[in-house]
Design a protein around this ligand. Structure first.
Ligand code: GLC
Length: 480
């Protein structure tokens, strides 16, 4: 029987909301409340800046949801199942014994780490985060701690995480892993949002944590040296004491970056808005919007609702203008192939970045206060709050000496800025190989730049304004 999708989503939203509430309650300023101090509690601001430096500069990463759920691919006993592909066991109430038969059919012989990492690089992505174990409890790595894993339980018998970690290193991009520490629907005692549906799931959460999750987290850290550990869906079962046992392990890796979804009151390093871009970003915090490229994380054969490259690229630009990262998901199929429509979109974005990457990587948020949108008077979100409706006219990013104005809608033959808190010394289009100077006038905070009649790129033509003095960032401005 299917659980109504809305119920699953709201349960999920509650779990995430409580994780966020916990995260906000615990900041480095109130260290005393953590049973074991985490790195965020003890490092200096300068140490934190150094630890986060590569991540902040990266701006764009690849999320990969891949697991044994790619075999049913959203269909169970001939019927399509609502919800995300990786939730099929939960949403179709599949008994543990039945789900455990899936690995026998999982033989992704077309998997090739070099192809995936090359795609991430061609897309302009600077890091990868792959599901090491999702809520179904199936490990996508060679785990000695638990036999329900890709090496021991499938005809494939290979460890894709090993191959990807090695290949990422070879190709010079960062490698990270996602690990579902609370929810585990096939291990006795593992949590399940909304409750268990099979007696085989009954058990003690702490025992599950001690016999499966903690040993596997240890393995991941020791064997693959991930740059990022991405936790998910903390529940009430993750008490501060239990979370502290995990933090003890994380503390051994002083360069590690981990997100705000561990639970137990630990804020982690990064805010993780899911499927949306917060209107103001998270001023003063590191944050990363994770988003699906269609409507599912894990592969679903019937989901072809792919976002256009225009939408995806503008999301990246919008996020960068607010000081965040974009972790864009792909869902490889059971053969080990990233679906062609996903790969194709990523390549197009990569082509834009190859020309315009300077306006994204290592940049700081906009120097301007323009909100580029407004709250809807009529539409409300799941929590009853007005929905933010962005406008897609332009965005800005900056680095010392340069402001990048991303023109998403071509403004005609001139671009006019009313509150230019910059002193312009020159202007050109980033995609113009000659960087031919554009005429401009500035009177006080009024800046006018003359443009050609047509954009160089209809999705985003970047106008570079060089600035004489270091760009001043107003205090109320967004970002870090
Ligand atoms: C949610 C879902 C999960 C997905 C994740 C990505 O928490 O439970 O399936 O992995 O979001 O952010």
């Amino acid at each position: 029987m299917n659980l109504p999708c809305r119920l699953v989503k709201s349960a999920l939203a509650c779990a995430l909301a409580s994780a966020c509430a916990m995260a906000h309650a615990a900041t480095p300023a109130n260290t005393g409340m953590h049973p074991v101090a985490a790195i965020q509690d003890t490092e200096t601001p300068a140490q934190r800046d150094a630890r986060m430096a590569w991540w902040r500069a990266a701006r764009y990463g690849m999320f990969i949801h891949w697991g044994v759920y790619s075999v049913p691919a959203g269909v169970w006993h001939g019927k399509p199942v609502d919800g995300a592909g990786e939730w099929i066991m939960h949403d179709a109430r599949i008994p543990v014994a039945e789900y455990k038969q899936l690995p026998a059919q999982f033989d992704p012989t077309q998997f090739d780490a070099r192809t995936w990492v090359s795609l991430a690089r061609a897309a302009g992505m600077k890091y990868i985060v792959i599901t090491a174990k999702h809520h179904d409890g199936f490990a996508m790595f060679d785990s000695k701690a638990n036999a329900f894993n890709i090496v021991d339980a499938t005809p494939f018998k290979r460890d894709p995480l090993r191959a990807l970690a090695d290949e990422a290193k070879r190709q010079g991009i960062k490698f990270g892993v996602y690990y579902s520490q609370d929810q585990d629907w096939t291990a006795p005692g593992g949590a399940a949002i909304g409750g268990h549906w099979d007696k085989a799931q009954d058990g003690d959460f702490a025992t599950y944590l001690h016999t499966k999750a903690i040993p596997q987290i240890k393995e991941l850290l020791a064997k693959y040296h991930p740059a990022v550990l991405w936790f998910d869906t903390p529940t009430r079962e993750m008490t501060p004491q239990l979370a502290a046992e995990i933090v003890k392990l994380l503390d051994r890796y002083p360069q590690l970056i981990w997100n705000n979804r561990l639970g137990g009151g630990y804020p982690g390093d990064t805010e993780t808005p899911e499927q949306h871009i917060p209107p103001q970003g998270f001023p003063g915090k590191d944050w990363e919007t994770c988003m699906t490229i269609n409507d599912t994380w894990g592969y679903k054969s019937g989901d072809t609702n792919f976002k256009s490259t225009t939408v995806l690229l503008r999301n990246l630009v919008d996020i960068a203008s607010k000081g965040g990262n974009y972790l864009l998901n792909v869902g490889p199929d059971s053969h080990g192939v990233i679906p062609a429509p996903e790969a194709q979109r990523l390549r197009v974005i990569g082509q834009w970045l190859a020309v315009n990457g300077e306006s994204i990587y290592g940049t700081r948020p906009t120097p301007f206060a323009d909100p580029h949108g407004s709250y809807s008077a009529t539409r409300k979100d799941a929590n009853g709050k007005p929905v933010w409706v962005p406008t897609w006219d332009w965005r800005a990013t900056q680095r010392p000496g340069k402001v990048y104005i991303h023109l998403l809608e071509w403004p005609g033959t001139s671009f006019h800025l009313a509150d230019a808190t910059i002193h312009a010394t020159g202007a050109y289009l980033l995609a113009d190989p000659k960087h031919a100077p554009l005429k401009f006038t500035q009177h006080g905070t009024r800046l006018d730049v003359q443009l050609p009649a047509r954009p160089l790129d209809p999705v985003d033509t970047v106008l570079v304004v060089t600035t004489g003095t270091r760009v001043s960032i107003p205090r109320q401005s967004r970002g870090l």
